[in-house]
Design a protein around this ligand. Structure first.
Ligand SMILES: [Zn+2]
Length: 448
């Protein structure tokens, strides 16, 4: 059976991930993401109003024109998890394919909300829920399986396409977490089985982020302990404490909510995306929040809540807000600019349970936001975080478990690939032979 891989997006930068695998007559698309930095750099771009081709030219969504070179029918579109660089282009591109979108329940719900928010593109693909550990037939000869992985968002999986020539493992976005705060540990046992059963692993497509970092990525429970220590250390402070984190990082939001209560403060979630992700996770029973946990997204209700906090005393509350990257319209940035009714005093604490995404726009915006907060007297606690991606030893362990015949590095630019390439070459692979370095819009023929 012919096996071909189209590396469509995310092979020249992080963002707008999209990869297609053809096994005989069947094609499966993995991820269909957005490159948010290409959108945000322009001041007033409303992506919902733009044509897909203009968004492709902007570099915001994957250039899927190469799909016409793949001779087969798309049988499924499979987003691995709910981050926007993996699902953000579904609402703009999926209607071009007559295939269902297959994902885990939390991811499907986020996809559904996104499609509803951007109906202009007319995406009407079926939405099919599939849990980690389950499988689905793809055509007459292939099978799709979801393997549970751990990442900085709940309900993440690595999809595996089982073909008569061996398994294709799409390894994007995971950390090897054996003590996660929500959900099951990564299913390494299944990865080891897949590496040894049948024809083994024909190809492993891997997220190279952090391949240059030594050692092992710590578990989410380490970030949780760090956060607990920081929050308990300010228990006796009788002024304002504000926290921010990735709104899609439900495990972290859960920890913040719990420790706020431990130190005698009422947590409250503020900002549109805080309300969206936490509300969705709670509705789908991934997390149980206290009954009286307030979640407010709209500007008016947020400002009303800030007024209430100022009236009842800042020392009684812990607002958990958007703005960990200094995004200009996010809540914490507005607080820094003095645009909300919440007044910061000398000595108030601002907890960043996040790290700055290393990208010039973020770095500049975050710098500005922190400076504005500091100028009002705020004390900054930053980097209370662990990465959602594998470090070098995690990558080594994955190669050891899967023993792939071919590797395709992904999710980085060329310099980001280099550490992974040297790791793989140390393990006996060779660039140009069985280690395929690819660019956006290229094709790799694995079996002719
Ligand atoms: Zn991710």
């Amino acid at each position: 059976m012919e096996i071909e891989i189209a590396t469509i997006g995310g092979y020249e930068a992080v963002g707008r991930q999209m990869t297609a695998v053809r096994a005989g007559d069947d094609v499966v698309i993995f991820d269909m993401g957005l490159n948010l930095s290409k959108v945000l750099i322009h001041d007033n771009v409303e992506t919902e109003r733009m044509h897909s081709l203009d968004l492709i030219d902007m570099g915001a969504i994957p250039d899927d024109r190469v799909m016409s070179e793949l001779e087969g029918d798309v049988k499924a579109i499979v987003p691995t998890h709910g981050h926007l660089d993996h699902i953000g282009a579904i609402s703009k591109l999926a209607h071009r394919y007559d295939a269902p979108i297959v994902a885990t329940p939390f991811t499907i719900e986020l996809v559904k909300q996104q499609i509803e928010g951007e109906q202009k593109f007319g995406v009407e693909n079926d939405l099919v829920k599939m849990e980690a550990g389950e499988t689905m037939r793809i055509g007459d000869h292939n099978e799709l399986e979801f393997v549970n992985v751990t990442h900085s968002i709940i309900d993440a999986i690595n999809p595996v396409l089982h073909t008569p020539e061996g398994a294709i493992v799409y390894g994007l976005d995971k950390r090897m977490d054996h003590t996660p705060v929500i959900g099951d540990p990564i299913d390494m046992e299944r990865f080891r089985e897949i590496g040894r059963e049948g024809e083994g692993v024909l190809c492993y497509i891997e997220d190279c982020t952090n391949a240059g970092k030594k050692g092992r990525t710590p578990s989410e429970s380490v970030a949780r302990r760090h956060l607990k220590d920081v929050m308990y250390s300010v228990e006796d402070y009788d002024g304002g404490i504000v926290a921010t984190t990735f709104s899609s990082h439900i495990a972290r939001v859960k920890s913040l909510v719990e420790f706020a209560e431990d130190i005698g403060r009422q947590p409250v979630l503020l900002g549109r995306s805080m309300e969206k992700y936490s509300g969705t996770a709670e509705r789908l029973d991934f997390v149980e929040f206290p009954d009286d946990l307030g979640m407010y997204g709209h500007r008016k209700s947020v400002d009303r809540t800030f007024k209430r906090i100022m009236n009842e005393g800042k020392e009684n509350f812990l607002p958990i807000v958007t703005g960990h990257q200094g995004e200009p319209r996010a809540m914490l940035t507005r607080m820094g600019r003095g645009e909300t009714p919440y007044e910061l005093d000398n000595g108030d604490k601002v907890i960043f349970s996040a790290r700055v995404i290393p990208e010039p726009t973020n770095e500049g915006q975050r710098y500005q936001s922190e400076k504005l907060l500091s100028m009002q007297g705020a004390r900054i606690y930053d980097d209370i975080h662990v990465s959602g991606h594998l470090n070098r030893e995690g990558h080594y362990q994955m190669l050891d478990a899967l023993q792939p015949q071919n590797i395709v590095p992904a999710h980085q630019d060329l310099s980001g690939f280099s550490s992974y390439v040297s790791l793989a070459e140390d393990e006996g692979y060779k660039a140009g032979r069985d280690l395929h370095i690819s660019r956006n819009g290229q094709m790799i023929q694995l079996v002719e």
